[in-house]
Write a protein that binds this ligand. Structure first.
Ligand code: GLU
Length: 460
């Protein structure tokens, strides 16, 4: 039970993958509800049967849970499904009609065009006073004056009423439109604050008129800014990586994602950006949300993620890597535990763990051709032969392995870095990766020597 009368909602339509912009709206609502001890209602707006799919509803619910918004969390209510409130939507339309605020209309688009001489004039009010009993239902908008929307983010926005046609609230087949269903549900669910994407600002004067016509006080409106890509274009699923799931699957931490998304249009005071949820919540103010477009900077998100990864306690880091490392054939948790700390400082998304440690488990690590060509230049063959020799009886410990390879390189006038390269490629398949000697220690003598021997054979 919530301890205040504040009630917000997140009302996604399950028509595609769950968008990071949706996640940001959900988080703003969630932060506001949590801070005020209010309720957060999840309402799935599933009335567009042709475009909805159950898996998208499931995707929304699981993605929200991933960022901490789930049915066990205090304040959470739902999910409710808009399609189950069809009767209430129709009742709201009937009430508006009974009170003369809405009327039936049988005009087709062509009828309107024929009368007004234009496609763009909008509906001319032809059926307003005809007393028809069938057809679509239109809301009677005021002819004059302005509808003033007070938006917490955008300030006072005025919409001249003469530019607002008598809009349709129920289709000719009796099915209610979004504009009505959305208001009827918000009213029924006693929503006090509507925090949603800017694209809905243009619906807001109509919705405000509906609230008033239904005898209720409109909610507080807050339209949060669009999210744009590097080219300052609105983030789109055709152009950009927008699905929250794809970030999860790539190994972004939910905490980093939440932190980053909260900064799309809002910033804590004092310029500190990396901040855990619990510290952001008490600071969050709808009034402080910025109205200008927010840039989704994937590089910055990666940097955040790297910081969050490095801040994890080691055993947590190991646990979070499990979904990736457990896929590697031959995976051995003990061996992984030996190098995990080294890997933790080097990766920025969890999926990168695989390429960093797979050489420890695979029988034959994938050989990167470019690395091979670069590292196996003269005197690589001699280095490998000498290293094999030096490592045969070495105490198997990183410091000792380093000292021995240093000596091998010195005999050819090579610094350690140069002497390391062929050994690294022979053993790991790549020129970059975890610190070499710790890697060798973790891999063990037998496999290290076998790989050096195999590389020598290939060079011979
Ligand atoms: N179902 C609408 C959408 O997904 C949201 C409407 C709203 O938040 O009012 O765009």
């Amino acid at each position: 039970m919530s301890s205040s009368s504040i009630r917000v909602r997140f009302a996604p339509s399950p028509t595609g993958m769950f968008h990071v912009g949706g996640a940001r709206s959900a988080l703003f609502n969630w932060a506001f509800a949590e801070q005020s001890g209010g309720a957060f209602v999840l309402r799935i707006e599933d009335t567009d049967a042709a475009r909805n799919r159950p898996e998208w509803t499931e995707g929304i619910i699981s993605a929200l849970a991933w960022i901490g918004i789930h049915s066990d969390a205090p304040g959470f209510e739902g999910p409710y499904f808009q399609s189950s409130y069809d009767a209430q939507h129709r009742a709201a339309a009937a009430r508006l009609q009974a009170e003369g605020r809405a009327y039936h209309c049988t005009c087709t688009r062509d009828d309107v065009k024929a009368r007004t001489g234009s496609e763009h004039m909008g509906y001319d009010g032809h059926c307003r006073d005809l007393g028809l009993t069938e057809g679509a239902v239109r809301f009677r908008t005021p002819d004059e004056g302005v509808t003033v929307v007070e938006d917490v983010v955008r300030g006072t926005v005025e919409f001249p009423n003469d530019a607002m046609e008598d809009f349709v609230i129920v289709r000719g087949d009796g099915s209610p439109l979004f504009i009505l269903a959305n208001v009827a549900d918000d009213l029924e669910m006693r929503i006090t604050h509507v925090v949603r994407a800017e694209e809905h600002l243009s619906n807001t004067p109509k919705q405000q008129l509906l609230w008033l016509a239904l005898g209720a006080q409109p909610p507080v409106w807050a339209h949060v800014p669009v999210i744009v890509n590097e080219q300052r274009k609105k983030l789109s699923k055709r152009r950009d990586k927008v699905a929250l799931e794809s970030y999860r699957d790539e190994g972004y931490l939910a905490e980093a994602m939440v932190n980053y998304l909260m900064l799309l249009g809002w910033a804590p005071a004092g310029g500190q950006e990396i901040m855990p949820w619990a510290e952001m919540v008490p600071q969050f103010r709808l009034e402080d949300v910025n109205s200008s477009p927010a840039f989704f900077d994937e590089k910055k998100l990666r940097a955040f993620n790297g910081e969050y990864i490095r801040a994890l306690p080691l055993d947590d880091f190991i646990a979070r890597c499990a979904p990736w490392v457990e896929q590697i054939p031959g995976y051995d948790p003990k061996v992984f535990a030996g190098v995990a700390e080294l890997a933790q400082t080097r990766i920025t998304v969890l999926s990168e763990i695989t390429a960093n440690v797979d050489f420890l488990f695979l029988n034959e690590p994938a050989e990167d051709e470019a690395s091979w060509t670069k590292a196996m230049k003269d005197p690589a063959a001699q280095i490998l032969a000498d290293a094999e020799q030096a490592y045969r009886d070495a105490p198997w410990e990183a410091g000792e392995l380093k000292t021995r390879l240093e000596a091998v390189g010195a005999a050819y006038g090579l610094k350690l870095g140069k002497a390391q390269a062929p050994v690294r490629v022979a053993v790991t398949g790549r020129t970059i990766g975890l610190p070499l000697f710790e890697s060798l220690e973790a891999l063990g003598r037998e496999r290290t020597l076998a790989r050096i021997a195999a590389a020598r054979a290939r060079l011979a």
